[in-house]
Design a protein around this ligand. Structure first.
Ligand SMILES: [Zn+2]
Length: 305
């Protein structure tokens, strides 16, 4: 297979089609476009593929972890001041997510993967969970260790060196789409969870936007060349999940889905236009039993059998 990340923008788009990381099919995978903005520094174009089998969009991702880490240094949420603004905006949302878990927390252990500045964990502590965080950015992890008294590991998930069946709850709040191999990631979570333990994740719902883009392109441009995808298609993430791809993933890894929804609450959005747009998408999703669901996120709650 060719190395997509090393390909030049002007190079003809002859890419070997990779297997879908979820359903392992090649026949249903399409080259969807390319994007110059890639996770980390370097900005080499990377190709985005879409699997029609499970509705999963993904980048061919074979860059070293160090390049991914540079992304978190330059990320807009990396200063204290901006981070506090984020915390205020998202506290209500974190509480809404915690409400989805069974109560009471009663000292249950909760692992938050990709915990960044620990805001979600702070809310979990408030509820009575025993927190544990992982954050691959050593810079952020160190900062967190200074501020909080709960354990934070900067090891990658496959090298956490923790006993199996260690946690009651595992959460990914806007971090699951940084994992290049979602099947393997969930298998590791399965091992770390106690039987009956819960997995809760929130991912961005970008596939619907990508579908709009494709429709627009096919109606207007009719170009044979694959043009650059707009930033919102995958943005800085490595993959884009949909409800279908998440359902497929959970099924393959032995998780039972309890809730899979685009309806979420609690975020403070400053922009009036954006807030109205989100409210409308929520109403539309609710009124159509989520058949028309352009909501900004997808929440999946599942249990280890
Ligand atoms: Zn697939």
């Amino acid at each position: 297979m060719t190395d997509c990340a090393a390909a030049s923008i002007n190079q003809p788009l002859k890419q070997t089609i990779p297997r879908c990381p979820i359903c392992r099919d090649t026949k249903k995978v399409l080259l969807y476009g390319w994007q110059q903005y890639l996770v980390g520094e370097g900005k080499t174009p990377s190709f985005i593929f879409r699997c029609r089998g499970c509705d999963f969009n993904f980048r061919r991702f074979d860059r070293p972890l160090t390049e991914v880490l540079s992304h978190f240094k330059v990320a807009p949420y990396s200063t204290d001041e901006i981070e506090q603004q984020w915390q205020k905006r998202r506290e209500g949302f974190y509480r809404f997510l915690l409400d989805l878990l069974s109560k009471p927390a009663d000292g249950k252990s909760l692992l938050d993967i990709g915990c960044a500045f620990g805001h979600f964990l702070d809310c979990a502590v408030e509820r009575g969970y025993r927190p544990f965080g992982t954050e691959v950015s050593e810079e952020m992890a160190q900062l967190l260790r200074k501020r909080k008294d709960y354990p934070v590991s900067s090891r990658p998930l496959d090298d956490l060196q923790l006993p199996e069946k260690r946690f009651d709850v595992i959460t990914f709040v806007d971090s699951f789409y940084y994992f290049a191999n979602p099947l393997e990631t969930l298998r590791q979570c399965y091992k770390l969870l106690k039987p009956g333990g819960k997995l809760l994740m929130r991912v961005t719902n970008r596939n619907q936007m990508a579908r709009f883009y494709r429709l627009g392109r096919s109606l207007t441009l009719r170009s044979r060349r694959v043009p650059e995808m707009p930033f919102w298609t995958t943005d800085d993430a490595i993959s884009c999940h949909s409800r279908r791809s998440l359902a497929e993933l959970m099924g393959k890894t032995g998780f039972r889905i309890i809730k899979l929804t685009g309806l979420e609450k609690g975020k403070k959005i400053d922009s009036f236009g954006l807030r109205t747009f989100y409210q409308l998408t929520g109403v539309l999703a609710w009124a159509t039993w989520e058949r028309i669901c352009f909501t900004p996120g997808i929440i999946c709650l599942a249990a280890r059998e």
